[in-house]
Design a binder for this molecule. Structure first.
Ligand SMILES: Cc1ncc(COP(=O)(O)O)c(C=O)c1O
Length: 374
């Protein structure tokens, strides 16, 4: 008798990003390459128009990656040396790095039980020097923007959204990225809309922010080629934009698929008392979540992770296992007890378009086995 084949489920399947659409992507490469259209060309402009229309915002601008995008968005919003910017510590270090490289002071605060920024903690962190709030729309879910807008209005603060993980996510019908002075997306390959390398975009309804970012991303050049300010080189490659525009056309289907997979996790795992799950895709009509990640909390998290690994199922600890303020060398003196406790429990399960329903059932069966054997 042949032994049953062990099903191996990596946390993320990078080759799938290319192989699943190999013909179409190769055709785009050939077509764009033959035109020699590599930098600031029509494909980029078309993608920017389509992205803006898709989100219901006035402007979109492709940039090299979301880290640069956050930096440029902060600079374009007038944030600079001496300003304090409040961010949630449960985020990628890139969020805080962008504040740091804008010359401002990153002020970390706690997340809430939905793992997104806790508005009360934001309000408590406001000082005379606070100039902006930078919420991360984590795991494809949009934070309570009504509460954050209230705080921003009361204290005269700007909002810049880190929507790197939230393209298409909505709160009360409005798109993540469209709430503040600017919103920033990442097209890193593993993102819900991924390119074949690095990429990002800034969206804004402000003509002024749009003008500033147009210059900042292209060496400070104005429309006539004159240098009007200091700038960087942070343009989204035209070829990547062509690939992203192709993928944007089927993006809503991709999101529905992610939401369906999240629904399976929800249905299958909700009976396990020692797990805390994210809200299901249809739990709250005010939130439309796109499930960039499926982030759970688990008692005995490390044992569960080892058990899944033994069964060839890949998982991930967010951000390498620490919230931003916990990286000692970055010099944060603050303690954030809620977030620190969360980071002893939090775990990302595989959720991506290479997975079949059966794959997700297999992950759930294996998690159930772990708890049965306990
Ligand atoms: C929340 C968050 N912010 C910022 C970034 C940085 O994006 P990029 O890799 O495009 O610079 C990421 C990417 O992983 C992210 O998840």
């Amino acid at each position: 008798m042949t032994p049953a084949k062990i099903r191996s489920i990596p946390f993320f399947d990078y080759p799938h990003l290319f192989l699943s659409e190999q013909q179409e992507l190769t055709a785009i490469f050939r077509e764009v390459g033959s035109r020699g259209a590599f930098i600031l060309q029509e494909d980029l402009a078309r993608f920017e128009r389509n992205l803006a229309a898709n989100l219901g915002v006035k402007h979109a601008l492709g940039v090299a990656n979301a880290t640069d995008g956050l930096l440029l968005a902060l600079r374009a919003t007038g944030i600079g040396p001496g300003d304090e910017v409040i961010f949630c510590s449960h985020t990628m270090v890139a969020t805080a790095a962008a504040i740091h490289f804008a010359g401002a002071i990153p002020v970390p605060v706690e997340c809430g039980d939905d793992h997104l920024v806790n508005p009360e903690a934001v309000e408590n962190a406001v000082t005379q020097r606070t100039r902006a709030i930078l919420p991360t729309q984590l795991n494809g879910r949009t934070a309570d923007m009504h509460a954050l807008e209230g705080i921003a209005d009361r204290h005269g603060l700007a909002i810049v959204e880190d929507a790197a993980q939230a393209l298409g996510s909505r709160f009360h019908g409005r798109a993540a990225g469209s709430f503040g002075a600017a919103g920033v997306f990442s097209f890193f390959p593993a993102k819900t809309l991924g390119c074949l390398g690095d990429g990002g975009a800034i969206v804004t309804n402000s003509d002024e922010v749009y003008e500033r970012v147009t210059q900042l991303r292209d060496h400070g050049r104005g429309a006539d080629g004159e240098i009007v300010s200091w700038g960087l080189n942070s343009r989204l490659d035209n070829l990547q934009a062509a690939i992203l525009d192709f993928r944007l056309a089927s993006y809503s289907g991709a999101i529905e698929r992610r939401r369906a997979l999240a629904g399976i996790y929800r249905d299958r795992l909700q009976g396990i008392a020692s797990l805390q799950l994210p809200p299901g895709p249809s739990d709250d009509p005010q939130h439309f979540d796109i499930f960039q990640n499926y982030e759970i909390e688990a008692e005995r998290r490390d044992e569960l992770r080892s058990y899944l690994k033994m069964h060839q199922i890949g998982t991930l600890l967010p951000w390498g296992g620490k919230a931003v303020h916990q990286w000692a060398r970055l010099g944060f003196a603050k303690r954030l007890p809620y977030t620190e406790r969360l980071f002893e429990r939090v775990l990302l399960l595989p959720l991506n378009l290479s997975l079949t329903d059966q794959d997700v059932h297999h992950v759930c069966n294996t998690i159930a086995d772990f708890h049965r054997l306990a």
